[in-house]
Design a protein around this ligand. Sequence first.
Ligand code: CP
Length: 309
Amino acid sequence: MSQLSVPHLLGIKDLTVEDIQLVFETADQFKEVLNRPIKKVPSLRDITIANIFFENSTRTKLSFEIAEKRLSADVVNFSASQSSVKKGETLVDTVNNILAMKVDMVVMRHSQAGACVFLAKHVDARIVNAGDGAHEHPTQALLDAYSMRQRLGDLTGKRVVIVGDILHSRVALSNIFALNKLGAKVVVCGPKSLIPRYIESLGVEVELNLDQALRKADVVNMLRVQNERMDYSYFPSTREYVMQYGLTMERLNRLDHTPLIMHPGPINRGVELSSELADSKHAIILDQVENGVAIRMAVLYLLAASLKS
Ligand code: CP
């Protein structure tokens, strides 16, 4: 089997189109494994992986852990809130102590953009970025694009609208890089205060009016307003945000077509997405979560292959 062009998964920006296609083809094979009565393969039997999470997570943490266990890796979990980080230990010291216990790969989530790039330069292990600040969340973008491709086929020319808090979103940035590489047309939509000034330089279109943005959309990816990353208010009120940027069945029914509805989670029900729509047949939110396991198995498998070569 071919190999990735990179030793670590730090961001989608570093990947080639061939890398992305290789992850998708490998994930197709692991999806087949996940549908068997015995959902486990011995591929990473001699590999030890540490999941180190300095920020909260439900989906990504569980998904990586399940992926690692399905591949028969030995898995250790590290939560910063219960560790000696609280006593002032540095990131490099923390990770080097973990590596001294013969760990091969580190999956890390961190609140600081660039933390995984820093780690990859300073420690001798394969690093997988599970989300670093407002920078990148590469496995989320891979599973999002994979889920779109599963429903729509080739993404070339498909119009994907990303709605909400683009400014603080690592999901938006990684999705933009992935979708551009796969030939899709990306539109970002949200309050002007939550659209970064540089965004058009990434080759995306900006549309501040949601109804306009939805008119020709094949896919709508709704993002959460990340209140935890905001030090002041970026819009007048939640009620006003919902009126302008909340996606509801009523809004969708005004269109002459029905785009695919996506959300990386966690959802603020009734804010960016109505409960009725989140639970409807138009939303593929749980397909995204299901595909996340196969995508993460593929990423870990491909990176581990380069450890052995
Ligand atoms: N989509 C995502 O990253 O969710 P978690 O924060 O729960 O991992």
